[in-house]
Design a protein around this ligand. Structure first.
Ligand code: ZN
Length: 435
């Protein structure tokens, strides 16, 4: 090799390293494109993507020379989906319906078991999640950061770090004998006064979480819990919201019974998780306060249908599905903001998109359900400026399906193309060419 050839190769390698984005101009030809901001569908659109961002979109965008062209002209293209209620960090939990399975594993086991689930979630079309708690506090922070660094493949995560709960309450690690000493991270968020709640919010904020998860009422999937118990007082909830806001964090409140829902809404939380016993007054209050509902409708059948579910969890779940579905319908009719939410892995990670069918069955149009999983989620997380729709300046989180999900929402259970921030992770049978 001549010195000149060597110099040329060195230059090319230098350029590729220094300017890796040079080759990253991508164009997507979209047969149909869902405008989630307006709730409409446009035909034959061109999306121009540079450096992971959407540079332009429209019917007559010119295609730069050398651009990579992804032909989705026979498909429906929409923004990457956002699941607003996941637990991606508890990888060992999916195989076993009992949280105590965590005790049979090390913290490392739990994190490593999450890796295939993170991939499954992304490949299902969920490019972003709001992850609302882990049995081992702060595992989610490390996982979020590993994905952001590109060390592992998964959705963009906004994490809570753990659960702020009363001792023995919905978010506590229960069902263990009182003489067993749990590790610090299984009771990190326990708080029993407004001041203790503030201290826990400060701990999570210092650990770099993206939102605060507080348990307003009892739970279904907690040993010894009574979902009708109020748990946190209005003063404690108000302290959580006030302290979280001082760090610029929103609060997600787990709440089943109507009193706990209303207490949390009045305290100013951003979202009610589950909202099982949501009544007319709760719906009115949520509408008034602009509170989102993260309903998690699909879980009831999974809890009932999983033979591994502990008997007490089955009993907590008995008879509440129809009440929950009615509460959801009430919220939709009242105009409450809805954010698509699954509570995976209560149902398997791969089945997250089945939630769409429940949302449509119980009151939403397919387009409304899609908006709940895009702009609805982006608004709740507070990232509407960069996620939720395919618009100039936003991140290139883009998925595609065969068929039109605004007519049949079940189509979203089979996402065939996934791009996150300009990088293609899944491309099933789609022609890719360089223009
Ligand atoms: Zn949950």
């Amino acid at each position: 090799m001549t010195a000149r050839a060597r110099a040329l190769i060195t230059l090319v390698l230098f350029l590729a390293t220094a300017f890796p984005t040079l080759a990253q101009v991508t164009v997507i030809k979209a047969g149909k494109l869902i405008d989630t901001d307006r709730g409409t569908v446009a035909s034959n659109q061109i999306i121009l993507i540079r450096d992971g961002k959407i540079e332009d979109v429209g019917p007559s965008v010119s295609i730069p020379a050398g651009a990579r062209v992804i032909d989705l002209s026979k498909m429906t293209v929409l923004p990457g989906l956002i699941d607003n209620h996941t637990h991606l960090s508890d990888g060992v939990f999916e195989s076993d319906g009992d949280p105590r399975v965590v005790l049979y594993h090390t913290k490392s086991d739990d994190v490593l078991a999450a890796i295939p689930n993170l991939r499954t979630t992304l490949m299902s079309g969920f490019t972003t999640v709001r992850d609302v708690g882990t049995y081992r506090a702060l595992n989610d922070v490390g996982i979020r950061d590993a994905i952001a660094r590109g060390d592992i493949v998964g959705p963009r995560m906004y994490v809570a770090g753990g659960y702020i709960t009363i001792t023995g309450g919905a978010g506590s690690f229960s069902g263990v004998s009182p003489d067993v000493q749990l590790p610090w991270d299984m009771h990190y968020g326990e708080a029993n006064s407004p001041d203790e709640v503030r201290q826990k919010v400060r701990l999570f904020a210092a650990a770099g979480v993206n939102e605060i998860k507080i348990l307003s009422t009892g739970a279904v999937l907690t040993h010894g819990s009574n979902k009708q118990a109020q748990e946190f007082t209005p003063a404690e909830l108000a302290a959580a919201v006030d302290e979280a806001h001082s760090f610029g964090l929103k609060v997600a409140a787990h709440a089943h019974n109507a009193i706990g829902i209303k207490n949390a809404v009045r305290a100013g939380v951003a979202s009610i998780e589950h909202g099982t016993y949501l009544d007319d007054e709760a719906a009115r209050l949520m509408k008034e306060h602009g509170t989102s509902l993260s309903a998690t409708l699909e879980v009831h059948e999974c809890i009932a249908g999983n033979p591994a579910t502990p008997v007490d969890f089955q009993q907590h779940n008995d008879g509440i599905a129809d009440i929950h579905y009615a509460g959801f319908r009430r919220a939709v009719l009242a105009g409450v903001k809805i954010a698509f939410s699954t509570d995976v892995p209560v149902c398997p990670y791969k089945d997250a998109a089945k939630e769409f069918s429940y949302m449509v069955k119980y009151g939403m149009t397919p387009m409304q359900a899609i908006q709940a999983a895009t702009v609805g989620g982006a608004e709740l997380i507070g990232v509407l400026d960069k996620l939720g729709s395919i618009k100039k300046g936003k991140l290139a989180d883009i998925i595609a399906v065969s068929g039109d999900p605004t007519h049949d929402v079940k189509i979203l259970e089979n996402v065939e193309f996934v791009m996150k921030e300009g990088t293609v992770y899944k491309n099933t049978g789609v022609v890719t060419a360089v223009q």
